[in-house]
Ligand binder design. Structure first.
Ligand SMILES: Cc1cc2nc3c(=O)[nH]c(=O)nc-3n(C[C@H](O)[C@H](O)[C@H](O)COP(=O)(O)OP(=O)(O)OC[C@H]3O[C@@H](n4cnc5c(N)ncnc54)[C@H](O)[C@@H]3O)c2cc1C
Length: 510
């Protein structure tokens, strides 16, 4: 049986980057273990097709518990299951976040590496941005990022004009540190194609390295522990059970499967493990806690006066970040309004045909609601209880109302008049109760589950500031689960920056 220096569990956004970076040293034997296969669906490359990919064979396709905060609804959570992970399914928005988001990470860990300034070298190294070379955006990195120009829909252009007329600054993308303002979204699209993390990092040259083994179609069932050491992975491969041994193990199975895998291995809250029939090896009460996600209200819907041209990008073409209740205030954003150039609504509403309507989406940038995730049994197939506790705080509900109000103000502006025939949703609403009811019916996931193995400087955090699991000396967690608090926008860029920052330290031998 082969023995590796490093085993990485999960070939998704973080794992694919790590496999490429850590195998740069030909003397290090690296194995990347991925439950899914090679992505072979041609639709993955088509940016407009992204919503249709959900539910296909390479989607883990989770369900949340019914959510009291969203009218008892069960939310489908897509997660990629193939090399490239959720970068195969995602909506391609590339947003680093606001410096204050990372100041919170640095405060939580007591480690300046996780501040905006600390992460900047990683952001720059990752990107090959169309604005690259200006000292702010990266140039020559593996991941193409484009700030679109003429491809932006005329509806999104009108949205941007309306936001600017209300006082929002016009900004050049969301990645300079100034997020408050209005701009087209930066996208991981090049020449009209989605570029996945697998394409960007697991290039033919990287795959040809003799010291990198990629085991696709291998589902890791649990970690084998010996005292304070993780000695092996027990996996189910295409030909039966496999044991993979390695000196160091990195979990990059994502915000749902990384904590679940820890719990199945006896690392987690004692009561959860006992109920699932698993002997507790390391009591780690915070594994599976601190679950966070962004919601988007879908949508503030408008019937179009004339045919809305189909998106040449990925439908959600511009996001305006802002303070609540004041279009001209700067600082850390509190709410977001996005322009969907298609009729985007939750399953509770009927969408008009494509071309006949468009939606303004709205949400809260840094929600305070926190949920939990737990296993119910020892096997990978045992049900996961995913409870994001959406909209549990009055703060989140209040900011959501402000976000809907901002969407409607933009949507009713003169600059949008050539597209707007009339508002279809929500229509007249007078009381906070009525507004809350509409939001509860309209909110859909923005697809950013995170936080379930949070990093921190405190003893209860799941991983320490070096992303080492507390209680084991050779196990790290590197993926969206370690993010202690959400960034203001979509989190993919920051997940990659976390992985890049970790890889740099590992490469330096620390
Ligand atoms: C529909 C959708 C739209 C999104 N839109 C955006 C967007 O526009 N912008 C943005 O910034 N973010 C977006 N995101 C979020 C972003 O894609 C994720 O936050 C990010 O990809 C998470 O990276 P990760 O490495 O933590 O996990 P993943 O990329 O999910 O990787 C985890 C990998 O581990 C594998 N795995 C899991 N369990 C096991 C196991 N037991 N054994 C072996 N392998 C295992 C999985 O198959 C997967 O390949 C979106 C996500 C989705 C699903």
């Amino acid at each position: 049986m082969a023995r590796y220096d490093v085993a990485i569990v999960g070939g998704g956004s973080a794992g694919a980057l790590l496999a490429a970076q850590l195998s740069e040293d030909a003397g290090r034997q690296v194995v990347l273990v991925e439950a899914g296969g090679e992505p072979d669906d041609p639709d993955i490359a088509v940016p407009q097709a992204w919503p249709a990919l959900q539910g296909r064979s390479y989607d883990w396709d989770y369900r949340t518990e019914p959510q009291p905060g969203t009218a008892g609804r069960v939310h489908a959570w897509a997660r990629g299951k193939a090399l490239g992970g959720s970068s195969l399914l995602h909506a391609m928005g590339h947003m680093r976040g606001h410096p204050a988001d990372f100041a919170a990470w640095a405060a939580a860990t007591g480690d300046a590496r996780w501040s905006w300034e600390g992460l900047l070298p990683a952001f720059l190294a990752i990107e090959d941005h169309s604005l690259g070379g200006d000292g702010v955006h990266g140039k020559g990195g593996p991941l193409p990022v484009t700030l679109p120009g003429e491809d932006v829909s005329p509806v999104a252009r009108a949205f941007i004009e309306a936001g600017a007329a209300l006082g929002l600054p016009s900004i050049r993308g969301h990645n300079t540190g100034e997020m408050v303002g209005v701009t087209p979204n930066s996208l991981t699209i090049r020449d009209g194609r989605r570029i996945t993390v697998a394409e960007a990092w697991l290039t033919p040259a990287v795959r040809a390295r003799k010291n990198l083994t990629i085991l696709a179609g291998h589902l890791v069932r649990r970690l084998k522990l010996d005292g304070n050491h993780a000695v092996a992975l027990e996996a189910a491969g295409p030909d039966g059970p496999v044991e993979i041994t390695a000196d160091r193990i990195i979990l990059s199975a994502g915000a749902i499967e990384s904590p679940a895998l820890l719990m199945r291995s006896g690392i987690g809250p004692q009561a959860v493990l006992a109920e699932a029939g698993i002997a507790c090896r390391i009591a780690a009460p915070d594994v599976g806690r601190n679950l966070q996600d962004h919601l988007l209200g879908a949508g503030n819907l408008y019937a179009a006066r004339r045919a809305v041209p189909p998106s040449r990008l990925q439908h959600s073409e511009s996001m305006a970040y802002m303070r609540a209740g004041d279009f001209s205030a700067g600082g850390r954003p509190e709410i977001v309004v996005g322009c969907g150039v298609a009729p985007i609504v939750s399953e509770r509403f009927t969408a008009p045909p494509a071309g006949a309507a468009y939606s303004l989406l709205f949400g809260v940038t840094n929600p305070s609601s926190r949920g939990t995730l737990r296993i119910t049994g020892p096997e990978a197939g045992d049900r996961l209880v995913i409870d994001p506790c959406y909209l549990q705080t009055e703060r989140d509900r209040k900011l959501f109302r402000a976000a809907l109000a901002a969407a409607r103000e933009i949507g009713h502006r003169r600059e949008m008049a050539e597209w707007r025939e009339r508002e279809l949703l929500p229509g007249p609403l007078e009381t906070d109760t009525g507004i809350d009811r509409f939001i509860a019916e309209a909110a859909i996931t923005h697809h950013h589950p995170s936080g379930t193995c949070r990093m921190g400087g405190d003893d209860h955090s799941v991983v320490d500031p070096d992303l080492r699991l507390r209680g084991l000396d050779n196990l790290h967690v590197v993926d969206a689960s370690v993010i202690p608090t959400l960034t203001a926008g979509p989190i993919h860029a920051s997940v990659l920056a976390v992985a890049e920052t970790f890889a740099r330290k590992a490469i330096a031998g620390a």
